[in-house]
Ligand binder design. Structure first.
Ligand code: FES
Length: 290
């Protein structure tokens, strides 16, 4: 299976211009961690609001007018498509400007871009999600997509971790997945605090303890580069082949459409060939470039 074979989805162009964003209004802001907020927004144009579609794993360029654009994966699920959500970590000029905006403010969105998680390939399989920190954002889109069509998939394991309890994103979803009897949810932190009674340990190590079977399974991994790098060998030890491991990458993206040449990893453009890749596709680059 080549994830990049998945055809790139329909683009919704503003006035036929690939660089012109659609105007959207922020409807809700959720404080995830001290530096991460989820922005829940919708398009102003009623027709676009109705017609816009995307697939789990795709990304967009979000803009703050007068400041610039930043690349963000969509963290909401296509199965709940009457809005869009992106989780934004406050790390640079644009993301800081986004964090200063409130409900009712207007932002720009262009996309969706890139390929998506291969739902057809995942159907009928046991799914193992391994996420770290804000890397849960693209997985969340797929997890809700899977849970909203639960009978199409077999066992679901979710192993999610963050540096500390305060750094766990989407806590309201973690609670729901914990309660869901069809999901094996394991939440862990690198370092607990006085209130933390849960698991302590790095995601790759906890994944090794959970030891999901590789039989008829696919692992979907997203998190900080170091987590991804240490998770693949654990999965290999458990018997997962590189074709059974999927990840989604974010790398210096700017145009989002294969024009600026900033997002290459080896001979691949993350925006055009990804952002979703099997480990088989990126194995040669993971230790050196990612
Ligand atoms: S973001 Fe411009 S080529 Fe990929």
């Amino acid at each position: 299976m080549a994830v990049s074979d998945i055809s790139h989805r329909k683009r919704f162009l503003a006035n036929g211009n690939v660089y012109l964003p659609h105007i959207a209004t922020i409807e809700k802001i959720i404080e995830e961690t001290p530096t991460v907020r989820t922005f829940h927004f919708n398009f102003k144009d009623e027709k676009l609001k109705k017609e816009f579609t995307f697939e789990a794993g795709q990304f967009g360029e979000l803009s703050v007018f007068g400041i610039g654009e930043t690349t963000l994966c969509v963290s909401s699920s296509p199965t709940r498509s009457d809005y869009l959500e992106c989780a934004i970590n406050r790390v640079g000029k644009v993301t800081n400007a986004l964090h200063r905006l409130g409900v009712g403010a207007e932002i720009g969105f262009r996309g969706p871009y890139g390929n998506s998680f291969p739902l057809d390939f995942l159907q009928g399989k046991n799914l193992v999600f391994a996420g770290g920190g804000i890397g849960l954002a693209p997985l969340r889109s797929l997890i809700w997509n899977v849970l909203d069509n639960r009978d199409k998939y077999e066992k679901v394991d979710i192993i999610y971790g963050a540096r500390s309890p305060a750094d766990l994103c989407f806590k309201y979803d973690l609670d729901e997945w914990e309660k869901n009897k069809t999901v094996n949810m394991v939440t862990t932190v690198d370092k607990g605090d006085e209130s933390w009674t849960g698991k302590v340990g790095f995601v790759p190590a906890v994944l090794g303890e959970v030891a999901p079977s590789a039989k008829n399974a696919v692992a979907i991994v997203c998190g900080p580069p170091v987590m991804i790098r240490f998770t693949f060998p654990v999965l290999e030890k458990l018997g997962f082949t590189p074709e059974q491991m999927i990840t989604t990458l974010e790398k210096r993206m700017k145009c989002g459409i294969g024009k600026c040449g900033r997002c290459n990893i080896g001979n691949l453009y993350v925006c055009r060939d990804g952002p979703v890749f099997t480990y088989a596709q990126i194995k040669g680059f993971v230790s050196s470039e990612y």
